[in-house]
Design a binder for this molecule. Structure first.
Ligand code: UDX
Ligand code: ADP
Length: 458
């Protein structure tokens, strides 16, 4: 074996990233550790703890060969030459910066574990999204050791998206590696470049200073989210006029300077990164005395919340100003298709608002029902979870599409229509269905940012 790589944190980032590294670098031993024993047991089993297309095959190829999962964090620290840290960094809920700044307690605990259990020099890599200048703070904690050890801190942000993680990791647009501009920093940087060179073309491996790398990650996510909030804001205007958001996005996206991606209007963006990273950016700007810049980016999050509320308001308005006691089938709870992850999913807020209106919810999702049950466990109201979409819609007044699962398009809508109360409504919060066909079947169809196709209103 060439070197031993350790990853601390076996979550959505650590697990898939290390599986792809192990798969492509048979000369490295890769150990993934976590304090959560159930998670580690799941990584060792046939039912992985996260649903991600293509991940099972990659894990099966490498596991037991050069990929190992363990709860022995301290043993892993001792053995490793290179340590990736991918513990979670949630938004702070207390103290200074509450609601915006990142809570670094898990990261700092990890840094202290490394200091305590290392007995030789190590390279430590930030994989979690962190505020700019975290590496500096971590470097200080690590260097404070009294064993005379040297730790190099490298920033190597993850750009994979859930649902396409394996492909994003296998064929990344770029790999970004930031290091301190010292000779030992540059040597450590080369050691990380050497890992990725096993499968990523060299021109896609970008090296920068450590602060640029950290900031690039926050800003990439902020820019992507900003496109969605911009389009979502225009979807509201389209609904007041005869413009159609799909046509407007399509026309805009043809401009090669704009490009076609991330212009789909939706019920709102979710996921563990966008909101957290933008709020982190907002906090940084406030901290550095740039209130105008802070409020500019904060608006992206506020627009997202507006879009979620607007969707619920439309459901209530169109269903004769009340959903009290009416059954509504929610199709999709995951924050996007092809994942079971529901972190920051618009479905959570939308469900709560509909339950406040005393709607009766039947929630269906092919992968996310376990997480949905956890998200709603303290929420009062009338809701059930349904594995079968036809059961969810039986006797319902409305179907609301919250996630763009492809197979929703292939459902038998005649059958759904006949099992529902009349008038039957569909609110397509992802614009994925064939609206004209649904209207012909008899539904009153409310897409996003497009003219309604209703039998009730002219
Ligand atoms: C994001 C970044 O894309 C990724 O680079 C980073 O590493 C982590 O954060 P992720 O949150 O997994 O990835 O998914 P992403 O595909 O970016 O979708 C985020 C949200 O935006 C989802 O809720 C999705 O449904 C929504 N979205 C996306 C839209 O509403 N419209 C679009 O056009 C695209
Ligand atoms: P992400 O989406 O960033 O991967 P997750 O919450 O899915 O976030 O994963 C982070 C993982 O880090 C969790 O499984 C958690 O148990 C683990 N973790 C947190 N702190 C530590 C620690 N000190 N040592 C080992 N693992 C940790």
């Amino acid at each position: 074996m060439n070197k031993t790589i350790l990853c601390i944190g076996a979550g959505y980032v650590g697990g898939p990233t290390m599986a792809v590294i192990a798969d492509n670098c048979p000369d490295y031993k890769v150990i993934v550790v976590d304090i959560n024993a159930d998670r580690i047991a799941a990584w060792q089993s046939d039912k992985l703890p996260i649903y991600e297309p293509g991940l099972d095959e990659v894990v099966k190829r490498a596991r037991g060969r050069n990929l190992f999962f363990s709860t022995d964090v301290f043993g892993g620290i001792k053995e490793a030459d290179i340590i990736f840290v991918s513990v979670h960094t949630p938004t702070k809920t207390f103290g200074a910066g509450a609601g915006k700044a990142a809570n670094l307690q898990y990261w700092e605990k990890t840094a202290r574990d490394i200091v305590e259990h290392a007995d030789r020099d190590k390279i430590v890599i930030e994989k979690s999204t962190l505020p700019v200048r975290t590496a500096e703070a971590m470097h200080r904690i690590l260097q404070s050791n009294d064993k005379g050890l040297n730790f190099e801190v490298i920033s190597n942000p993850e750009f994979m998206a859930e649902g396409t993680a394996v492909d994003d990791l296998q064929n990344p647009d770029r790999v970004l590696i930031g290091a301190m501009e010292t000779s030992s920093g540059q040597k450590a940087l080369q050691a990380i470049v050497d890992i990725y060179k096993n499968w990523v073309p060299e021109e896609k491996i970008k090296t920068t200073n450590v602060w640029s790398s950290e900031l690039s990650k926050l800003v990439s996510n902020a820019m992507l989210a900003q496109r969605i909030s911009s389009v979502n804001s225009i979807s509201a205007l389209c609904e007041k006029t005869d413009a159609n958001i799909v046509e407007v996005s399509g026309a805009m996206g043809l401009d090669s300077r704009i490009g076609p991606k991330f212009l789909n209007a939706s019920v709102g963006f979710g996921g563990s990164c966008f909101k957290k990273d933008i709020l982190n950016l907002v906090y940084l700007c406030e901290f550095y005395g740039l209130p105008e810049v802070a409020s500019y980016w904060e608006q992206v999050v506020l627009m997202n919340e507006y879009q979620e509320r607007r969707f619920v308001q439309k459901i209530v308005d169109r269903m004769f100003n009340t959903v009290a006691g009416k059954k509504i089938a929610l199709f999709g709870f995951a924050f996007k298709a092809n994942t079971g992850d529901t972190r920051e999913s618009p479905a959570i807020y939308i469900s709560k608002l509909l339950l406040e209106e005393q709607g009766q919810l039947a929630i269906h999702d092919p992968e996310a029902l376990d997480n949905a049950a956890i998200d709603l466990k303290d929420v009062e109201g009338d809701y059930t979870f349904e594995e079968d979409p036809y059961e969810a819609a039986k006797g319902a007044h409305a179907i609301a599409i919250l996630t763009e699962w492809k197979h929703f398009c292939d459902l038998d809508f005649e059958r759904l229509y006949h099992s529902m109360q009349k008038p039957a409504f569909i609110f397509d919060g992802r614009n994925i269905l064939d609206h004209k066909r649904l209207h012909k079947i008899g539904f009153n169809v409310y897409p996003l940012g497009q003219k309604a196709l209703s039998h009730l209103e002219k």
